[in-house]
Design a protein around this ligand. Structure first.
Ligand code: SF4
Length: 442
């Protein structure tokens, strides 16, 4: 009987895509997928360490798996992958005896071999070695989305922002050849996916190692030109690498979605400097103005950290002011938590009290919610092209999809619309999504 595997994923889109690759690698070795941990012979937990709370989820899950094993008398092999695996390595084995394999972010391809070794020698295995080769066999990823394919174009990051663990867990920046990227995009289109999301820690720093004429803007053009690809998205760009060429592609290439996630992290120049972000609030807001002027109806989103070491009430007021001016469509906001190895944990005391961090994040989220509501209400009455990506979570006989600007819209329609682009008249604004009616005679 085939061995069964279950992959659980925490964290960012890169991790979800790595989990697709893990699933594909295991299936190539004859494993079968199960959604039930009680049936699994192998549980892979693909972890995130970007915030303390994300890291804690690993230890909670390990405890739950131990309890399940005690209850059923059936103990699955446990592999820990991802950023916590890379960061903690051997220490994980000391902390939790139920772990059989620790596999770092750069060694994923070795997972099936290590699992087999553990099965034969009955000793845990760890591989957190750095690898420069960022290729995977074409088509190995097991797709987890009916309409969307994720394609990694860059691994790692060289920016070393003071709060961020990524350069330590994902390693230095390595670009994939454009030839491999476009082959993967074509494979996604040939297998029926209409949307491609290009992934990288600083996606717009891309420069093809195999073609000096292909920077990120050119890669977007070439991706959009692949037959069958109706939409192209990307995550995440760094504000200091957004240039005129990228803005022109956003404006001119219809397949490139009119949405830019532009992580700002703080609205205070003092805090931005301490974070080593290498832009100012003024240059960031100039960029926002240029984007709004040159790319009609562009939707902007961002990431924000509150309570970074040394952040004063005045610094936080600057953040609120920037949010008022930038008028984001959406925002991911976090309370600062010190992460291992970073400049901030080494040199900057975590001196903003927890209660004050909570007060600040609530104020920030209330401001953002008001901005989002204003955007949503302004959309009522307009007609948007929606790429349908699934059944609505809210009602039967409804489907859901996203606008080019990345807002979720629910509307009546049959399940066989999944994968189609349907014009929809927006009829109502909810707190986190829009409602509409299909308008096929647009
Ligand atoms: Fe982390 Fe900064 Fe690199 Fe983004 S740019 S991954 S925040 S170090």
């Amino acid at each position: 009987m085939a061995r069964k595997y279950l992959v659980e994923t925490f964290g960012c889109q890169m991790n979800y895509h790595d989990s697709e690759r893990i699933a594909g690698l295991l299936e190539a070795e004859g494993y079968e997928h199960t959604a039930n941990e009680r049936d699994a012979d192998l549980v892979v937990i693909n972890t995130c360490s970007v915030r303390e709370r994300a890291e804690d989820k690993l230890y909670t899950r390990l405890g739950e798996i131990r309890e399940m094993a005690a209850e059923t008398g059936r103990t699955p092999m446990v592999a820990v992958a991802g950023c916590v695996a890379q960061q903690e390595g051997e220490r994980l084995l000391k902390r939790d005896k139920s772990i059989d394999v620790v596999i770092g972010t750069q060694s994923l391809k070795e997972l099936p071999r290590l699992v087999d070794e553990v099965a034969s020698v009955r000793k845990p295995r760890v591989d957190t070695h750095p690898h420069d080769d960022v290729s995977f066999p074409l088509g190995v990823a097991r797709p987890s989305d009916p309409v969307r394919a994720w394609v990694t174009i860059i691994e790692g990051c060289n920016e070393f922002c003071a709060f961020c663990v990524v350069p330590y867990t994902r390693g230095h920046e390595r670009m994939r050849p454009v030839r491999d990227i476009l082959a993967e995009v074509k494979h996604a289109a040939d297998s029926g996916r209409q949307e491609v999301q290009l992934l990288g820690q600083i996606v717009n720093h891309y420069q093809a190692p195999d073609d000096p004429g292909c920077d990120f803007a050119e890669l977007l053009r070439r991706t959009a030109a692949v037959p069958g690809i109706a939409r192209v998205r990307f995550a995440s760009p760094h504000p200091r690498h957004v240039n005129d060429r990228l803005i022109a592609v956003l404006r001119d290439v219809p397949q490139v979605c009119k949405h830019l996630h532009l992580p700002v992290q703080s609205g205070s120049n003092r805090v931005l400097q301490a974070m080593r972000r290498r832009y100012t609030r003024e240059s960031y807001l100039d960029l926002v103005d240029r984007l709004r002027q040159d790319v009609p109806r562009v939707a902007l989103s961002t990431d924000m950290i509150v309570g970074f070491p040394g952040e004063t009430a005045e610094d936080f007021e600057d953040t609120l002011d920037l949010v008022r001016r930038a008028r984001y469509h959406s925002m991911y906001s976090f309370k600062y938590s010190p992460r291992p190895n970073t400049l901030a944990i080494k040199r900057m005391p975590d001196d903003v009290p927890e209660a004050e961090k909570t007060r600040r994040i609530l104020a920030l989220q209330a401001l953002q919610q008001a901005a989002q509501t204003a955007h949503f209400e302004a959309a009522v009455g307009t007609v948007e092209d929606i790429l349908v990506d699934g059944a609505s979570k809210r009602r039967d006989h409804e489907v859901a999809g996203r606008t080019s600007g990345n807002t979720v819209v629910n509307f009546p329609g049959p399940a066989d619309w999944i994968g189609r682009i349907i014009p929809v008249r927006i009829t109502a604004a909810g707190p986190n999504s829009l409602r509409g009616e299909p308008c096929l005679s647009k």
